[in-house]
Unconditional design. Structure first.
Length: 265
């Protein structure tokens, strides 16, 4: 990206003393460490430049995500002139393994879709012969539901979102579940805040025998059947490995990114 005219290249470091900004800092301070450089996604780059606070807020969420995964002293360097974040890679992670953790927006939605009663069904999403951990919708003909129809189904406001959850999500390996006919898998435990908890229990009580579609950034994680009113505590069981599940729990606990990010290098 091109620098702003007449704007000094000031760096802000989100240090172990969380949220404190230190300026200026030489970029050479982190040159020996392996880093990932992030920037706002193309559609959001101009607005992020107009609002430096949004980039700093995004950097704080990135740091919280790293802390949630066990990084003791994460460092995120904000370069407002270039509109980038430089993230020090924790010693126990590779740069590639951090891409989804740091760039996924992290917006969780719970939806009751009437199409899943009779018209649609779900199946594992497969790309290049490998399951992605997400699912897709299939129509009556067995073909994937087209994007236009899916956009219409998801156009309304979700009744429950990640903002309704307590920051206590955690990932665990799960045993086989005879009721849902699933083998051993990995899941993310979630717990609603008190007020949404009461609404969630009432809503699931009205949809017994139907399915609850759970989305992450518009992609279907799973659609479990509701057998009884859910008390506000549940498990998102999906086709992940344990590290993927831990990263998703970290994203949910940290909140969504104020500005979507992409990797520069």
């Amino acid at each position: 990206m091109r620098n702003f005219a007449l704007v000094p290249a000031v760096l802000f470091v989100l240090s172990p003393a969380f949220g404190q900004a230190v300026s200026p800092v030489s970029s050479s301070a982190h040159s020996a460490a392996k880093t990932i450089v992030l920037r706002p996604a193309a559609a959001h780059a101009a607005s992020a430049k107009r609002d430096p606070q949004a980039l700093r807020a995004t950097a704080k969420v990135v740091e919280r995500r790293l802390r949630e995964t066990g990084a003791a002293s994460p460092a995120v360097v904000v370069n407002e002139a270039r509109g980038t974040l430089a993230v020090t890679v924790p010693a126990d992670r590779s740069a590639d393994s951090l891409r989804d953790l740091l760039t996924r927006p992290g917006r969780l939605e719970f939806r009751f879709l009437p199409q899943l009663k009779k018209v649609w069904r779900t199946a594992p999403e497969v790309v290049n012969g490998r399951e992605t951990g997400f699912e897709r919708f299939l129509g009556p003909d067995g073909r994937p539901v087209d994007r236009a129809a899916l956009a219409v189904a998801l156009s309304g406001k979700a009744p429950f979102t990640g903002a309704d959850l307590l920051p206590t999500c955690r990932a665990e390996s799960l045993p086989a579940d005879a009721q849902s006919r699933t083998g051993p898998s990995v899941g993310v435990y979630f717990e609603f805040k008190p007020e949404p908890e009461a609404r969630f229990k009432a809503a699931t009580g009205r949809h017994i025998g139907q399915t609850l579609a759970i989305f992450l950034d518009g992609r279907l994680l799973c659609a479990p059947r509701i057998y009884e009113p859910i008390q506000g505590v549940g498990i998102i069981r999906a086709r992940w490995n344990l590290r993927q599940a831990r990263d998703i729990a970290a994203q949910l606990n940290s909140g969504p990114l104020p500005v979507p990010l992409e990797v520069v290098r």
